[in-house]
Design a protein. Structure first.
Lengths: 85, 396
């Protein structure tokens, strides 16, 4: 298969390239503390957080483990743990 | 037949761009490029040109806007000079890598520091390794013609690369010369509308220049090199088609002037070619066998054409209007020496001339020839580059 000149590819490429394995730290949500306010969802630079039933849910296929969510959470409901693979 | 008029070089370029009917022009002023954009603004203001004319906040934006416009499937143009071109560098690597057929003019001006607004090639040779095509022109007429050709070359489906047309500042951009301007219908026939292979469209999304890590980055470079090497034949073919249509031809990648029987051949680019041709005529009248090889396409570099043109020469005098500080020769010398390397190569004598707009007169050309004659006669001469017309008082 010959590559497309200019590295042009069809839309949706960032779904195909899963970036979760880049993590060295993984965010864990304490569902008792989380009230689903959505601040982490707003701040996540990879759009890897959704609020489902008033709780933050992280998409680990794409979360790169930057820790912005944990830093911004006012209830300290997100903890960064070392990623063990 | 076109219409012949005495116009400024910048006007010749502006008319060529107007006749190419670009959808988008992004403009940021810098001397000596500004006149081109001013003339284009006039064309927009008086209704002669319908285009999206965008005044942006920097050269980085000028290149970015044109990049986005070409990615969206339009024909786009911008221009700059010197430090302004340098500010475009990061964008232009992307434009080339995304294989976007943008056309831009580099109005050659030296690069600071020291600050200088006069012509040399220090600014555009910087783009040597970007993967853009670079054409250097000799006068206003060739500037007009080369811009028309540039869009055809860039947009060719087998090429799809940006073309940087290099025009010496002042000497060409601000000088009035007789220029034959062709009829719009003939330009339209020569340069049909741009039909992109892919373009940005929310209804059918594409990613341009997507991530390519170790598994295929080298493969993308292979395709890029393959395309620009393939462009050699296209540049020649389009120059020939232009000749058939409009009756003017400057060579494709190179142009040979009285080189057939020449012992001494100058290799150079840009407006200095005019001076060299005149000097060659004078020296020929004195019975000296000299000629000029104009390098029109600096990238792709015409390796085969240079070898062929210099096959029977004894000495090649390479004139650089730029310096590769730290190597001990200019970029054109380095590339020419690499192209000629082998047992039958002529001796290469490097010269720096016209740096920062320093005058190069016929007597200086005669001095270069005098040195080359010694070398051709078998006398040992220094292979170190000569600084033509240097004021030794200022450096000793």
């Amino acid at each position: 298969m010959r590559l497309n000149a200019g590295a042009v590819c069809a839309g949706g490429g960032s779904y195909v390239n899963k970036t979760g394995h880049w993590r060295t730290f993984i965010p864990r949500v304490d569902t008792d503390k989380c009230n689903g306010c959505g601040i982490c969802y707003t701040y996540c630079p990879d759009s890897s957080i959704e609020i489902v039933e008033k709780t933050a849910q992280i998409d680990y296929d794409y979360c790169k483990g930057c820790g912005v969510c944990a830093h911004e959470c006012p209830r300290e409901a997100i903890a960064m743990e070392e990623e063990r693979k | 037949m076109g219409k012949k008029a005495v116009i400024e070089g910048s006007m010749a370029i502006a008319i060529a761009v107007k006749q190419a009917r670009p959808h988008v022009i992004s403009a940021y002023p810098i001397t000596p490029q500004t006149h081109i954009m001013e003339f284009l603004a006039d064309f927009v203001a008086n209704g002669e040109l319908k285009t999206e004319y965008l005044r942006v906040d920097s050269e980085f934006s000028a290149a970015s806007v044109a990049q986005g416009a070409v990615a969206a499937g339009s024909r786009a143009y911008t221009a700059s000079a010197s430090q302004g071109l340098l500010l475009m560098t990061e964008v232009l690597y992307n434009v080339a890598g995304m294989r976007l057929p943008m056309v831009l003019t580099g109005v050659n001006r030296s690069v600071g520091t020291p600050v200088n607004i006069q012509p040399d090639h220090q600014d555009t040779v910087l783009f040597r390794d970007t993967g853009m095509i670079q054409l250097y022109v000799e006068d206003a007429q060739e500037a007009y013609d080369a811009h028309v050709q540039a869009f055809r070359i860039a947009e060719d489906r087998d090429v799809l690369l940006p073309v940087l047309v290099c025009v010496d500042g002042w000497t060409i951009s601000h000088t009035f010369e007789p220029v034959e301007v062709e009829e719009q219908e003939k330009i339209d026939a020569f340069l049909p509308p741009y039909k992109p292979l892919y373009h940005l469209d929310p209804k059918k999304p594409y990613t341009f220049g997507s991530i390519s890590i170790d598994k295929d980055l080298m493969e993308f470079r292979y395709l890029h090199e393959e395309a620009i090497q393939g462009a050699k034949a296209k540049i020649e073919a389009i120059a020939r088609e232009f000749e058939k249509t409009f009756g003017r031809y400057y060579g494709g990648l190179t142009q040979s002037y009285k080189t057939e029987d020449a012992d001494i051949v100058f290799v150079a680019m840009g407006s200095i070619i005019g001076t060299l041709k005149e000097a060659v005529d004078e020296l020929r009248a004195q019975g000296k066998k000299v000629g000029v090889l104009k390098v029109r396409s600096y990238r792709p570099f015409p390796v085969e054409e240079i070898r062929a043109a210099l096959a029977n020469a004894k000495v090649a005098c390479v004139i650089d209007r730029a310096i590769s500080i730290g190597f001990g020769a200019g970029p054109l010398t380095i590339d020419t020496q690499a192209a000629l390397y082998g047992p039958n190569a002529p001796q290469v004598l490097p010269f720096y001339a016209g740096l920062g707009g320093k005058d190069v007169e016929l007597k200086h050309v005669a001095e270069m020839v005098a040195k080359a004659e010694k070398a051709a006669a078998g006398e040992a001469v220094s292979a170190e580059p000569e600084y033509v017309n240097i004021n030794w008082n200022l450096v000793s």
